[in-house]
Design a protein around this ligand. Structure first.
Ligand code: LLP
Length: 399
């Protein structure tokens, strides 16, 4: 985004073209997305895109045309991929509560792999494969009891988290190995200890655990999950994907681990390539504190209310100073975290940064709000990649 005297421009296109009635809307920058994918392709690990972080069909097509590997957690996500890709993508199915239908469809579609999270799930899968005379690749998702040193609500690798097979139960898996091998092809161990990880220490611990497991039983692949953190605060010292995976590689080498490494990244792909453009609906001058009511609510951006997350807020910098920003939804928690005072006036445009991952996918129709536009920029062109929902969508399922 560049600021000029006569207005605000994205790649030379003035934001004035977004008539205020279209706001709020998500704005993606294709150039940044392509750059992120270029960085990912340079890593010498095999990367799967975690669809849960952003399942916009246009963006999924970009993934299809570049890395074409997807990590999914539901049949809905698989259906979306099939819709764009004629069954040709590599798919890993993760998730702690897969239904029988989901397992059966995955078996029939012969997806690349199912990451199994419990012994009961393994049994279900075995009986289905036996019944229908099919064979499927499986990785065991292990819960290594490691703190990812990230937000509690997005940690998944501690012993009391619901995810993965407890390390103490791993012996049972090795015994079952022999019984199930005609129908289940075990190809690797899988781990995902959390999201928005910014420190290497948890990964060091994880790789140490992996070494112990490999000493007990070897499989070809190691899926070390997703979790690479992004910089929501726009610090100068950015998290560098190249250095991060280079360091992980070094630790793997130190332990002489030579397996093929898979990663499942979500947030890194789109998070910092998107912002939400919204506007001020009301300014409230209270005796004790002044506040701003925006037209962007927790229905469109729930991360601050759900995880107490921070998204950098900016304005065009005209008007009076305000610090407290709220949405229009009828909930006290419909508010945003903001440290700085920001100059705003009535109808000011407001930018929320780093909104490309876990934002649109988590949006809802709360207060019967319609889901908002998503557009993408490339050079001097704009494309609508999601049109604002119509009222028909909200009422069509009532008989
Ligand atoms: N693999 C598995 C098994 C996962 O559960 C996740 C994310 C990923 C990969 C991708 O992780 P990433 O690279 O995006 O960190 N809604 C939360 C984040 C939840 C993450 C869920 N799992 C948020 O808004 O911060």
């Amino acid at each position: 985004m560049t600021e000029f005297k006569k207005g605000i421009f994205f790649n030379n296109i003035s934001i004035n073209i977004f008539n205020k009635i279209y706001l709020p809307l998500y704005i993606y920058d294709l150039k940044k997305i392509i750059n992120n994918i270029y960085n990912i392709k340079k890593i010498n690990f095999i990367c799967f895109f975690s669809v849960k972080s952003n399942d916009n069909i246009f963006l999924l097509k970009i993934i299809k045309n570049t890395i074409n590997k997807f990590d999914v957690v539901s049949i809905g996500e698989i259906e979306k991929i099939i819709l764009i890709n004629n069954k040709k993508s590599k798919i890993i199915f993760s998730g702690s509560g897969k239904s029988i239908t989901e397992l059966l469809i995955s078996i029939n579609l012969k997806i690349f792999c199912i990451n199994v999270e419990s012994i009961q799930e393994l049994f279900k899968l075995f009986f289905l494969c036996k019944k229908y005379k099919k064979k499927i690749n499986v990785m065991f998702r292990i819960n290594p009891n490691i703190d990812a040193l990230t937000q509690k609500k997005i940690s998944t690798g501690n012993i009391y988290d619901k995810f993965g097979i407890c390390l103490l139960n791993i012996k049972q898996i090795y015994i079952l190995n022999k019984i199930i091998k005609n129908f289940i092809n075990i190809i690797g161990y899988d781990f995902h200890i959390g999201s928005q990880i910014t420190k290497l220490k948890p990964l060091k611990k994880l790789i140490f655990t992996i070494k112990i497991l490999l000493n007990k039983k070897k499989y070809n692949l190691l899926d070390i999950g997703g979790g690479l953190g992004v910089d929501y605060f726009f610090y100068k010292k950015k998290i560098n994907i190249k250095n991060y995976f280079f360091s992980i590689n070094k630790i793997l080498n130190k332990y002489n681990i030579k397996n093929k490494i898979l990663i499942e990244l979500g947030r890194y792909f789109f998070c910092n390539s998107c912002l939400i453009l919204s506007k001020v609906n009301y300014l409230k001058y209270n005796k004790s504190h002044n506040l701003v009511i925006l037209n962007l609510g927790m229905n469109d951006l729930i991360r601050p209310s759900l995880y107490n997350s921070f998204h950098k807020i900016e304005s065009i910098n005209i008007g009076n100073n305000f610090k407290k920003f709220f949405g229009p939804i009828c909930e006290s928690s419909d508010k945003y975290n903001n440290d700085d005072k920001i100059k705003v006036k009535n109808n000011s445009l407001i930018f929320f940064f780093s909104t490309g991952s876990y934002c649109k996918v988590l949006s809802s129709n709360y207060n019967s709000k319609k889901k908002i536009f998503e557009i993408i920029f490339y050079k001097n062109k704009i494309k609508i990649i999601y049109s604002k929902e119509k009222i028909f969508n909200l009422i069509k399922n009532y008989d």
